[in-house]
Design a protein around this ligand. Structure first.
Ligand code: PGA
Length: 246
């Protein structure tokens, strides 16, 4: 695991963008796994800038998102479909037919999850998966206790995650209770992982992920077993690490 500690959120985002851009230049038809949440917003801003100012070409990439709320239609402002188009896809030249985001409104969710897994295989697998991390150590919506070999499936959100996300909804009742999420096993099959975290609220989860034992209580800890995992964090998120990563 390569741990890169940057001075602040901005530097973390720029480092992540540099790594994503290097892949897109080297392999224009690469498959990128995207994440939602506030953490990757700076990365997406920088990718948009690189597209507009430096001509970074996304026309041949294929994308898969990690997760989506069950019951929110794509046009709902809190859906992850909406988030991705608003914060990235509308501003770069991605081909809409190469964009895959779990369908929270699917009639048969189990069948959809199987289709999603097969689609990832069909395009040759994910080259680079971007990840955030929850304060409770979740990756995507794989909450504490998730099976470390899990595949794309429906998950019940924990109260903690619902509370963390309640700020985006007008009331707690509106916060969805379920989500479709790639499994921990699905994520681990990506050829490279890029996990980002910023701020002291993530420091404990980062300590567990980088230096703690691997355990289902912190699903992100499995990343230690990945051959090509890079963790890019700011100083605050790194504040509980004990080893020297300089
Ligand atoms: P955040 O969420 O980037 O909004 O902190 C990350 C996550 O919960 O995975």
């Amino acid at each position: 695991m390569l741990v890169i500690i940057k001075e602040n959120y901005d530097e973390m985002s720029k480092e992540a963008a540099k790594q994503v851009a290097a892949l897109v230049r080297k392999k224009p038809d690469c498959v990128i796994g995207f994440a939602t949440g506030s953490t990757p917003l700076g990365l997406y801003k920088e990718l948009i800038r690189m597209h507009k100012e430096e001509g970074l070409d996304f026309s041949k990439i294929t994308t898969f998102n990690l997760d989506e709320y069950v019951g929110l239609p794509p046009e709902h402002p809190q859906s992850y479909h909406y988030f991705m188009w608003e914060n990235l896809f509308n501003h770069i030249n991605v081909n809409p037919s190469n964009v895959y985001i779990p369908m929270g409104m699917a009639d048969d969710i189990d069948a959809f999850c199987e289709w999603y897994e097969n689609k990832i295989k069909e395009v040759g697998g994910i080259d680079l998966q971007i990840l955030g991390i929850g304060a409770n150590g979740h990756i995507a919506f794989n909450e504490p206790g998730s099976s470390l070999g899990s595949r794309t499936r429906i998950k019940t959100l924990t109260e903690k995650t619902r509370q963390d996300n309640a700020r985006f909804f007008s009331s707690m009742e509106e916060v969805p209770k379920y989500a479709i999420t790639m499994g921990v096993g699905t994520i681990m099959e990506a050829r490279r992982l890029l996990l980002l975290a910023s701020g002291t609220s993530k420091a404990e989860a980062i300590r567990a992920t980088v230096e703690g034992p691997i355990m289902a209580k912190y699903p992100a800890t499995i990343v230690q077993l990945h051959r090509y995992a890079t963790v890019i964090i700011d100083k605050d998120a790194a504040s509980k690490l004990e080893a020297d990563y300089s």
